[in-house]
Ligand binder design. Structure first.
Ligand code: BGC
Length: 707
């Protein structure tokens, strides 16, 4: 946060004038119907200064009236902040964050976050509970769809970009909103992938894998951070001084506002670390939690806690000052109201819809293709499957204000372009009544486009699942369609990795994405017909089996008995294949890229030097296309056990057919270190392998030495 002497004086003056009750009010985020903001708040609360932050109200006139009461009718005239989960769009829905990360284009994520912010401000929203930057390796955890996948390097790029997109360089800009990076921290590592579960993790692992994206958010200037529901090593994040003060503020340099997750201060009682809400409030205040969301433990207990000396008044003043500072920074004291006509120009405007289409097509991963794609527009197409014409499914998880009627399905667009026979065929996991009609449509066509997947309702918060497979009904219909002998292009939509073995076996081409948002139908057609050559790559490993207990990710630590086929005395599941179906970083194009001539500028480097490494990438296929060129570093011998490999760089490059591009990367040796058991960041001498290639399993590598 920026400190401005004039503002600091105003903050001090307010603090001096505030009663303890008003201070508690500023630390309270109140709202029943939090997400939709459907309930009008208690105006008396506003007049008495008993509330500091509120949910959003879609109608800007209502938002202005609420703000007017706070500003004009309360004793100190402190404005409220309207907050909302603006996760991947406000009304224009962009791809879900996990899917968008598959574009590997963080610039795109910055643009979509910026557009979402602009739309949200039309309703007076000034703070979003986003980005979600939890690294997640276990597909059982339903919230994997909200983040950027399993890798901390890529995750950090997207984290930084999304904060910048929401906030810009000046968050008081009427088009900008404060980001709230979440969930601090390690929520993606809940035991077994079961939501709200505990986390037991070494601190070095926390530093190496979990914290980098949060640090990126802090570096980008995030104004707030949300504490996670979970505990770490026995300390709930909600009341841990170690996590919220020592780690977040003192070590990582955050100086903004920490917001609790929904109900989690009150929930410290159920968590079994506070006897009652009073103790819960005491612990959270002392830990450094500024704002309590939903429960009212602060409001009801803070005055007494200060009077009894259980919480130091100076601690409270600091927490309140940080909230007030944020309100000044957001420009709310100078300009508390929203232009009620802004939405007409901004919401669902052409520019945002074009961006939604652009980001959607760039997020579609081509997993398989035996040459059937791209389709020519004069083919007769059988369009089959429950994802083909379901507007609700296009919206995607956590786009609370987006509406299904604003989303364009594949069927709507495809029918404008080609000769289409449509048959839904089946439901998501039942209803075989449409099978015959689907087979008939297939027989009358040249090619089948089979749009299936998992309903968005199966993903997201409180959607942990064990069996991550294609539904039996969808699989059965796929096998029936195969019997027609017509080529099958399967479009699979899901918010998490699914075991796609059968889809791979029975399809001639497979496209994968999460829910793509408002312009999904256009984006699929751009890719199907080759108007856009797919360039996205997976950000999570897709395994051949579910039930791997969260162990199926690419950057795992080395073990003394690496998995292999020839013996059982090694680290593997006896009843699951070792290799993933599709590794991290995997994704095809309609063209081919060949890599050759990998070289570094030297073979020996000092620890403060930079490796200049390059490779020639040639487009040897029939189409122009983009490739995500990826750099992986292996550290074969460390003082501590090191990951098998780690992503350390990437560039997405456009290469015309027949053309060769020389791709150069600079990798700092100092970025190849790690936090050891004593939490020291060490860069060690010895051998490193640096590889460049097309995914985390296919790259050329060269040996270098660090002195
Ligand atoms: C989620 C948060 C979300 C909050 C408010 C919680 O249940 O964990 O990610 O921001 O609700 O909607």
């Amino acid at each position: 946060m920026a400190y401005n002497a004039e503002t600091e004086k105003k903050i001090k003056k307010l603090i001096d004038e505030m009663t303890l009750e008003e201070k508690a009010g500023q630390l309270t985020l109140r709202g029943v119907g939090m997400v939709l903001g459907s309930d009008i708040p208690d105006y008396e609360d506003l007049r008495c200064g008993r509330v500091g932050l509120l949910p959003h109200y879609e109608d800007p006139k209502i938002a202005n009236e609420i703000q007017r009461v706070a500003v004009e009718e309360s004793r100190l005239g402190i404005p409220v902040i309207f907050c909302l989960d603006v996760i991947h769009g406000y009304r224009t829905a962009f791809p879900i964050p996990w899917s968008e990360a598959m574009s590997w284009e963080s610039e795109l994520a910055e643009k979509t976050a910026s557009a979402a912010a602009k739309e949200a401000t039309c309703a007076g929203v000034k703070l979003t509970f986003a980005p979600m930057v939890d690294i997640a390796r276990n597909p059982c955890w339903g919230r994997i769809c909200e983040g950027a996948g399993e890798d901390p390097y890529l995750g950090s790029k997207f984290a930084y970009a999304r904060v910048k997109g929401f906030q810009g360089d000046d968050v008081s800009d009427p088009d900008k909103i404060a980001a709230c990076a979440k969930h601090f921290c390690a929520y993606g590592f809940v035991e077994g992938g079961r939501d709200y579960n505990c986390v037991d993790m070494s601190e070095s692992r926390l530093y190496n894998y979990v914290l980098p994206p949060f640090q990126a958010c802090i570096d980008a200037g995030t104004k707030s951070i949300m504490a996670a529901f979970n505990d770490i090593n026995g300390e709930p994040c909600t009341s841990s001084k170690w996590i919220l003060t020592n780690l977040l503020r003192e070590r990582m340099g955050f100086n903004g506002v920490v917001i609790s997750d929904a109900f989690s201060v009150g929930a410290l009682v159920k968590h079994g670390v506070a006897a009652d809400e009073k103790e819960a409030a005491k612990n959270s205040l002392n830990a450094g939690m500024n704002v309590e969301m939903m429960t009212l433990a602060y409001r009801e207990n803070l005055p007494e806690l200060v009077k009894s000396g259980e919480v130091d008044g100076k601690v409270v003043d600091k927490l309140v000052s940080e909230v007030l500072r944020l309100k000044f920074e957001l420009g709310l004291f100078d300009n508390p109201y929203v232009d009620v006509n802004k939405g007409k120009k901004v919401i669902l405007c052409k520019e945002h819809k074009d961006l939604a289409q652009e980001s959607a097509k760039r997020s579609i991963v081509l997993l398989e293709n035996n040459g059937v794609l791209p389709l020519s527009k004069n083919k007769k197409i059988a369009l089959i499957g429950p994802m083909a014409d379901d507007q609700y499914e296009m919206v995607g998880e956590w786009c609370v204000t987006c509406r299904k009627e604003d989303c364009v399905t594949l069927k709507t667009v495809l029918e404008k372009i080609a000769d289409v026979r449509y048959a839904k065929g089946c439901g998501f996991d039942d209803d075989e009544s449409g099978f015959d009609e689907a087979v008939k449509a297939a027989k009358e066509s040249d090619v089948i486009v089979y749009a299936i997947g998992q309903s968005q309702d199966l993903c997201g918060e409180a959607r942990s699942r064990i069996k991550l497979v294609v539904s039996k009904t969808q699989e059965k219909l796929l096998k029936l369609l195969k019997k027609t002998g017509k080529p099958i292009v399967t479009i699979f939509v899901s918010g998490r990795p699914i075991v796609l073995n059968t889809v791979k076996e029975y399809s001639d081409a497979v496209l994968f994405s999460g829910a793509l948002g408002s312009m999904a139908g256009y984006a699929y057609c751009d890719v199907i017909f080759g108007d856009y050559n797919p360039s996205a790559k997976l950000v999570s490993t897709f395994n051949q089996s579910y039930g791997l207990g969260g162990t199926g990710y690419y950057n795992a630590l080395r073990v003394s008995r690496p998995a292999c086929e020839d013996t059982k005395w090694c680290s593997k599941f006896f009843d699951a294949p070792i290799k993933p179906l599709y590794p991290f970083g995997y994704g095809l194009s309609y063209t081919n890229f060949e890599y050759e001539g990998l070289k570094t500028d030297k073979t020996e480097y000092k620890k403060d030097e930079t490796v200049k490494i390059s490779i020639n990438v040639t487009n040897t296929g029939r189409f122009d296309g983009e490739e995500v060129v990826q750099v992986y570093v292996e550290d074969p011998v460390g003082s501590n056990v090191r990951p098998i490999k780690e992503l350390k760089g990437y560039q997405k490059v456009f290469i015309k057919k027949g053309e060769t591009k020389n791709m150069e990367f600079e990798i700092k040796i100092s970025d190849c270190g790690y936090y050891n058991r004593n939490l020291e960041y060490v860069v060690e001498s010895g051998k490193l392998m640096i590889g460049i290639g097309t995914n985390s399993e296919k790259y050329d590598s060269v040996e270098i030495f660090v002195k």
